[in-house]
Write a protein that binds this ligand. Structure first.
Ligand SMILES: *Cc1c(COP(=O)(O)O)cnc(C)c1O
Length: 441
């Protein structure tokens, strides 16, 4: 993009200027629609979510057998929902802003197998692929007990096939560990910002790790190229995969059950706000889709991105989606927030979900570190920086009258609101690394 084009863009979309200046920015979506109006653009339905849910159920006996840590949840990979009242107080004090309603944390940070939200979509897509291969080879029927996949014969069978993925770290962990466990020959193409401990962990699981000196976009591109050369290689496409997206979407109805258990009502009088850290968009997009299908128009989803990687905000606000990158507007895409260092958003997710999202905001790495320290002090919970991106959301929503006006929220509704911050990762961060994070807080 040359400087004239950039000037034009800024003139048409003033928000782009704030992004270029790396300001913490908020952009509420004034063209949101109802679920009914927005759903056709997603191109997926409740049947697709049900199909994903059933598939995960079929794999539960297998997962329980190979990952004993999933046996408490009977082979279902799901996280806890916890009220965080002390954090709510800390936030209110720190930002001089009351949060109307009640604050919760969805602890995907503590999901089994890979300790991040990627244990939803990433693992699901590997299972999808494995099932497809085994069914086609007549080695499996969907009535079988899938625990039978835990055998030398099946590992040998899957060993004929490879899986490849490009990742900033957490997706690679999920796909690498799951694929290697099934017996696939798996390669993870890692971007420069990926942590050493994640590469080490993968190699210890027998995963091939290829490192790049460039960012996520390049790692994906190179991974895709390498995979094309091998007809038995399946490339997991984080930028466009509907399978991955559906793996995330199952979270919606599961959260609904959890809220029921807590006797939390979600309806017109009791809105639910959910804050999701966004990288390429598949994770937060898929979860938001599932939430919309579970709660309809009473759930309000807001995405959070680092000031140095606001790819989804940029793509949706300008309508250019994956036709623009943060580098095009002179931003470096360098952030401490693993998983969020993405310069170009998924074109599929932005186009599918833009009408159903309430807004987007950006925050500084330092703000994430501060929130990380605050959560540790107030609740004794340790998350990675990216997982704190959503934590600023409840403050912003409570503060901005313009948002309440846009949706015509009454004071009463806001008093009865629930705010869920999606804590997307951090459960497996080594102690020394966590100590570093806490020092920066
Ligand atoms: C990947 C990731 C996200 C965002 O998911 P996308 O699908 O890339 O948008 C958020 N938080 C963490 C910790 C992640 O690893």
């Amino acid at each position: 993009m040359d400087s004239n084009q950039l000037q034009d863009l800024v003139a048409r979309y003033p928000i782009v200027k704030d992004l270029i200046e790396l300001k913490e920015t908020i952009w509420f979506n004034s063209t949101f629609t109802t679920l009914e109006q927005g759903l056709p653009y997603v191109g997926l339905t409740q049947d697709d979510i049900d199909d994903a849910r059933d598939r995960l159920q079929r794999f539960a006996p297998y997962l329980m057998a190979v990952f004993p840590e999933t046996s408490v949840s009977h082979g279902i990979i799901e996280s806890e929902l916890s009220a965080i009242p002390y954090m709510q107080k800390s936030l209110e004090t720190h930002f001089h802003q009351i949060i109307t309603g009640k604050l919760w944390l969805k602890k995907d940070s503590h999901l089994p197998i890979s300790g991040s939200i990627k244990a939803r979509g990433g693992i699901y897509e590997v299972l999808f692929r494995a099932e497809q291969l085994a069914l086609q080879a007549n080695l499996l029927t969907i009535q079988d007990d899938y625990a039978k996949l835990n055998s030398p014969e099946f590992r040998k069978f899957f060993g004929q096939y490879s899986i490849a993925v490009g990742s900033t770290g957490n997706l690679g962990l999920s796909i690498g560990i799951m694929s290697a466990k099934l017996g696939f020959d798996v390669t993870v193409h890692m971007s420069a910002d990926a942590r050493q401990w994640k590469k080490d962990k993968l190699r210890a699981h027998g995963v091939t790790v290829i490192e790049y000196e460039q960012d996520y976009g390049i790692a994906v591109q190179e991974g895709r190229k390498a995979a094309l050369k091998n007809p038995n290689c399946f490339f997991i496409d984080d930028e466009n995969s509907k399978t991955l997206f559906l793996g995330y979407a199952v979270a919606g109805e599961r959260l609904k059950k959890q809220l029921d258990q807590h006797h939390i009502i979600v309806d017109q009088a009791h809105p639910l706000f959910v804050y999701l850290p966004c990288g390429v968009g598949g994770g937060p997009g898929g979860v938001a889709f599932g939430l919309k299908m579970a709660f309809g128009d009473h759930v309000h989803c807001i995405f959070a991105e680092p000031t140095h990687s606001p790819c989804m905000l940029l793509g949706v606000a300008t309508g250019l989606h994956d036709e623009i990158s943060v580098q095009d507007i002179g931003i470096d895409n360098i952030t401490a927030a693993d998983g969020l260092a993405v310069g170009r958003a998924s074109g599929f997710v932005g186009r599918a979900m833009q009408r159903l999202l309430d807004g987007f905001y950006t925050l500084d790495d330092q703000t994430m570190y501060s929130l990380l320290g605050m959560l540790n002090q107030s609740e004794n919970l340790k998350l990675e920086p990216s997982a704190l991106a959503g934590m600023l959301g409840p403050i912003l929503v409570s503060k901005h009258q313009s948002y309440a006006d846009l949706h015509q929220f009454t004071e009463q509704q806001l008093q009865h609101a629930n705010h869920i911050v999606w804590g997307t990762g951090g459960g497996m961060v080594p102690i020394e690394e966590m100590q570093n994070y806490l020092t920066k807080a």
